[in-house]
Design a protein around this ligand. Sequence first.
Ligand SMILES: Cc1cc2nc3c(=O)[nH]c(=O)nc-3n(C[C@H](O)[C@H](O)[C@H](O)COP(=O)(O)OP(=O)(O)OC[C@H]3O[C@@H](n4cnc5c(N)ncnc54)[C@H](O)[C@@H]3O)c2cc1C
Ligand SMILES: *[C@@H]1O[C@H](CO)[C@@H](O)[C@H](O)[C@H]1NC(C)=O
Length: 504
Amino acid sequence: MASLDWNSIVKYILIHYRWVFVVVFLLPLSAAYDVYYYARSWLVFQLSSAPRQHKRKVENVQAQVRAWKKSGQKTYMCTARPGWQTISFRQPRYKQTFTNININLVDILEVDVNRQSVWCEPLVSMGQLTAMLVELGWSIPVVPEMDDLTVGGLVMGTGIETSSHKAGLFQHICLSYELVLADGSVVTCSQEQNQDLFYSVPWSYGTLGFLTAVEIKIIPAKRFVRVDYAPCHSRQLLLQRFSAATRQEDGNQFVEALCFSRDTAVVMVCNMTDSAEPGKVNSIGRWYKPWFFKHVQSFLVSGPAYEFIPLRDYYHRHTRSIFWELQDIMPYENNAVFRYVLGWLVPPKVSLLKLTQGEAVKELYEQNHFIQDMLVPLNTLGEALDCFHKEVQIYPIWLCPFLLPARPGMLQPAGGKDALYVDIGTYGVPRVQNFHPVDTTRRVEQFVRDKKGFQMLYADSYMTREEFRAMFDHSLYDKLREKYRDTTTAFPQVYDKICRKARI
Ligand SMILES: Cc1cc2nc3c(=O)[nH]c(=O)nc-3n(C[C@H](O)[C@H](O)[C@H](O)COP(=O)(O)OP(=O)(O)OC[C@H]3O[C@@H](n4cnc5c(N)ncnc54)[C@H](O)[C@@H]3O)c2cc1C
Ligand SMILES: *[C@@H]1O[C@H](CO)[C@@H](O)[C@H](O)[C@H]1NC(C)=O
């Protein structure tokens, strides 16, 4: 009699019936978590208690850094936020060995309408910030998509949205940063003050100091976004439309495209507006609505169209389906019956999915999943799409254009002048025969380096230290790590935090 292979049975159940666990356990937990945090954030803002508490909380961070110093600087330091909470599919290994500094800075501090800016603590999330600002008639120029992304992570890593072709990356809408440095001192930096530090903080991944507050530009919000959907049935047409819409000087506040295959794509061009045509409003954020990317795909069949989407629904349009990651985890979620009954609980939090995924699912992801955002010059988009098609053949692909201003820092635009780039987001299961997580990723990384592009830091990187330094300009960064006392004993280099070896 063949003996039962329990190991494979358990593995089979974990992989194929994970959705049961997600529905019964994770969805309600995610919803409860949100209700608690949004209620807390609202209350704190109403009571204006955050600004008073802020100083005390920063002093607490300073005290912890000084204690580390006093105890002989034996290990590096990092924030104490557990690895499963971040929006990346990996967990950092170093949390267990570095000295963990508690940074309990979760509040919106002040909205200054005269200066047109908002002061936030670093753990403020995008969902929390837009809920507050849009209520007051304001917004920020770049609202990265997922509700749970935090201000700190977006400054230290990257943040981008469909308005970035005008406003730049998240770091470019920040007016100043407040940090606790390795020697325990507090500094504020901006264009006017400690400029070198101001330019070096973005993409430094917490290796220059602890961020304690960020001042971000605000802009007036309108009620709707008018979205024009232009289906394209050839590569040529996609490139033409996408780059013309991106380059247009006036209007076109938001530009985005989704590629559904080698030769089909839908380009979306949008403006904010205060009024909508009757019968043309589509509240895509409602729980019973189909996933946004499926809705977009339908225009390939039905032809060009336009509609008006309420502003916050637009900002978080890919949140409910986690772009298209959810179709692998909960394939039935886009089913109409499910949506009406349980759709309001979706999405499960990425953090909770990660916390509970277990070894089997992790291994499956490792071998069969490719999650990357690659940033390349706009004029190399055609070649880049060919490269991704050859190497992974994952669709949909997210295309989001952005302006990269020529400023000192890690990201130097090709040609040395302000340049238009595009973020190519590929998330899913490769459809090619010869996919190999390391070799394939390394070939794509090489392509991106050759084109003077960049890889987002949250993703799996298999570059060597030399290759990483060739992609990112370290000249100012190296100078600052020498200049500020204790930095090199307090924090590792960026590479040592983001390379594949540093993550589980
Ligand atoms: C499913 C998914 C969807 C995504 N969608 C988008 C998107 O729509 N738009 C977009 O722009 N990006 C997106 N990203 C990428 C995302 O922007 C980056 O991964 C970002 O850095 C994550 O932010 P976080 O808030 O989870 O930060 P974390 O991962 O917690 O932070 C990143 C790093 O910053 C450092 N850090 C954070 N806070 C501090 C602090 N206070 N002091 C010092 N150092 C600090 C830490 O070293 C940390 O490792 C997505 C990623 C995934 C996996
Ligand atoms: C946005 O505004 C610009 C200029 O005002 C216009 O050319 C463009 O067609 C508008 N797009 C949409 C989708 O309304």
